[in-house]
Design a protein around this ligand. Structure first.
Ligand code: CAO
Length: 425
């Protein structure tokens, strides 16, 4: 079965998380992703958060599946020569260096476009053009500058960042869509183009409902926020709303049986209007079905704290899975708070390939997250991340068609790392 992106060559000049997330997705869809790394060190994440000595970290292995690695010093004359051969050979160059770094290597859009008019140049930066455009950015900076932190956490607490890497992985996802869109456009124009994603913009895109609420504030209080029922006045910007859904269907995280000793014995419960009647029956408040203070979604808004306290009295009698089973019988939307330990053992996620076990020559077996996007005619298979420079030789010879003598010359010039054969394979 052919892969959706088979035949597409990606010059992967990415590092850390945002860029590698993007190129990993493209690799899962079948693109040939050639990761260019600095000889000796490689992507800095290989050595970050290491749990085993001298073994590529899980941070690296979990973001670089299905890729090939070539080491190349792009600042040496021979290294530059090889890099330009790669530019001419590949369809897409993806990078997330600090602003200006790519141009300092001589790789400006004008030169790239001249050398290979079909090439797409895809970049992640922290900020788009404007007052912060020169800044280096990591995940949490983007969460803060993109509106996520100011709207996450509890009203009376400090701004919070989330565990989901919406700045890094979120931007990588946006970039991947930009790349396949540009590839599609190229089928019509025959030309490549630039694809730019700023982490701030990507976070904001994921936070658009909070900008919605900012504008709603001009016309009155946000009645779906618990703060409204608590009689606390709203300020001039979208507040932090704890675990309120804040949307049309009020929801909360509620304690379940065992919450005293299990930090994840909780359930997210949504009081969807369509199932209000069964909710009232289950929690033992049948009168709320017709009581004018509770019968309609609008009437319920000032009473959300009371309603969720009553529902929680019920959820606390059941463990989260039991509660889920009972509520699902009535199509009441709810979800258990799953720990990473529970997710790692989840049978369904393993069956669909969203959680996969991967074999690595120096690490052994480890768990990773597979492709969350399932294509029926082009399923993804997760293969391990490359060792540093593992494919240098292969790429020089088979992709760039260097002769044996030329490969020797490149190796002796110091432009590439030691060309290794992997003994374990
Ligand atoms: N050969 C020679 N030099 C290389 C090289 C290679 N193969 N690969 C990288 N380099 C050089 C770059 O040319 C750059 O050199 P100069 O600054 O001298 O021109 C240098 O390595 C470092 O690049 P950098 O500034 O991008 O790296 P950093 O560790 O200092 O910063 C980061 C990291 C992430 C803050 C920065 O890259 C950045 O802001 N990127 C854009 C936003 C982003 O993607 N952030 C997400 C981070 S988490 O996913």
């Amino acid at each position: 079965m052919s892969k959706a992106l088979e035949g597409v060559k990606i010059l992967d000049f990415t590092h850390v998380q945002s860029g590698p997330t993007c190129t990993q997705l493209l690799a899962w869809f079948g693109a040939d992703v050639i990761k260019v790394e600095r000889p000796g060190a490689g992507d800095a994440t290989r050595a970050q958060l290491q749990d085993l000595p001298d073994v590529d970290s899980l941070y690296f292995t979990m973001l670089n599946h299905n890729k090939r690695s070539i080491t190349l010093d792009s600042k040496t004359p021979k290294g530059k020569e090889v890099l330009w051969r790669l530019v001419k050979e590949c369809d897409v160059l993806v990078e997330n260096f600090a602003p200006g770094a790519l141009a300092r290597m001589g790789l400006t859009w004008e030169k790239i476009h001249e050398a290979n008019p079909r090439m797409i140049l895809a970049s992640v930066k922290g900020f788009g053009p404007g007052r912060y455009e020169e800044c280096k950015v990591y995940e949490n900076v983007a969460q803060c500058a993109g509106g996520s932190a100011s709207t996450t956490g509890f009203r009376d607490g400090i701004p919070m960042v989330t565990g989901a890497q919406i700045g890094d992985s979120g931007t990588g996802l946006h970039l991947a869509l930009g790349i396949v869109t540009a590839l599609f456009h190229r089928t019509v124009t025959g030309l490549g183009q630039k694809v730019d994603c700023a982490m701030q913009d990507s976070v904001l895109n994921l936070c658009r409902v909070k900008l919605r609420d900012q504008q709603r504030l001009d016309h009155g209080p946000l009645t779906e926020y618990s703060q409204f029922g608590e009689g606390i006045p709203f300020g001039d910007s979208t507040p932090r709303a704890g675990n309120d859904s804040g949307g049309g269907q009020p929801g909360r995280i509620l304690k379940c049986k065992g919450w005293e000793h299990d930090p994840n014995a909780y359930l997210y419960f949504i009081t969807q209007a369509a199932v209000w009647a069964p909710i009232c029956d289950i929690i033992g408040e049948p009168g709320w079905k017709t009581d004018p203070d509770y019968a309609t979604p609008k009437a319920r808004l000032p009473h959300l704290n009371e309603i969720f306290t009553r529902i929680e009295a019920w959820t606390m009698k059941h463990d989260k899975f039991e509660a889920m089973d009972i509520l699902n019988e009535y199509d009441i939307p709810c979800g258990p708070i799953l720990s990473m330990k529970e997710i790692a053992a989840d049978e369904s996620l393993r069956k669909t390939g969203t959680i996969v076990e991967v074999e690595h020559p120096t690490r052994g077996t480890y768990l990773t997250v597979g492709n969350p996007i399932k294509l029926s005619a082009s399923p993804s298979e997760v293969t391990r991340s490359p060792l540093l420079g593992e494919h240098t030789d292969e790429i020089l010879r088979s992709v760039l068609k260097y002769t044996d003598a030329e490969v020797d010359e490149i190796a002796h010039s110091g432009a590439v790392g030691r060309i290794e054969k992997i003994a374990a394979e």
